[in-house]
Design a binder for this molecule. Sequence first.
Ligand code: PHE
Length: 367
Amino acid sequence: MYIVPKLDDFSPPSLDRAAADLLAALDAESSAVTDDAAYKNFRDRWMARKNGILTQVNDLWLKAAPGPQKRDVGQRVNQLKTRVEELVAATEQHLRGGASSEKLEADRIDVTLPGNRHHIGAQHPVLRMMDDVVNVFRAMGYSIEEGPEVETDYYNFEALNFPPNHPARDTQDTLFLAGQEKKPTRDRLLMRTHTSPVQIRSMMKTPPPLRVVCPGKVHRNDALDATHSPVFHQVEGLAVDANITFSDLKGTLDHAMKSLYGSSIKTRFYPSFFPFTEPSADMQVSCPFCGGKGCRKCKFGGWIEILGCGMVDPNVFEFVRDNGYDPAKISGFAFGMGVERLAMLKWGVDDISLFYQGDIRFLEQFA
Ligand code: PHE
């Protein structure tokens, strides 16, 4: 164990030797420190004010030096002091953060392990499809309108020219709110069965010309199966102006389908019926899976039905005539499409309930 020697020779060579001995001891003792307790002993042994090695050096070397040597000894002692302080600090660093072999061993990383995957959020496929549709029409100058999910009989049925006994007005098909019996029929509340009531609301708000798309959630008293859900989404469209024709309807929808499914998609229209359009049509697209040749997805017909549409029935304009909708002066077309259906067709999803289950294995495919 190093002991600070008394000096009787204060010549430079003698001082050099003494300093070298001290530094050698310092190095050796620092290397021997492996834990906290040893470090504290080490630190106190060298730096304690009372009787630490530096204090002893001060007493035995500096104070004892004869007058003429004091300056030289003082400088050397200061240098030693700095060295000791540095090494004590370095020893502590090494112990805490430094790389002892045990610490390296404990911190060993197996770089071949799989990493932590951070799941990236993604828009839900139904909302994404809805946005895509809306954006196609926005690019054609349509604006967006929304309406309430809890609707009155008036907007959902009456103003859309549904006769009083139409089957859609039955509880078989429509979810009505309870406790409405005392109200007149037109004021009774129900969950809207389609987005078409937003047609009426938009025309009451804005006089012609009008071009709107209305995305939203709709409800029907249907059982869930592979292609039906009691809650689903639609995008409604309505264009009213002077001289709107069925050709405009066909051209608009054909363009929209080509934007959504690619330019090789074809459309065709065949007669149908809705109380609020006359004439009415269902539109089909050529099967995007087989290109129209016929496959299981299109039941080997080559075509898939995708939406309802038609020219706005003059009886509907009568309900909003006050706001400039004179059926003798204007005409219009309307369409409504099911968003889930469009999404199933776009991404080859064969069960609608996948959209509602929140299963990450399904949803992450859209990230
Ligand atoms: N509202 C109709 C439905 O839900 C679709 C439709 C909208 C038909 C607009 C014609 C015009 O089936």
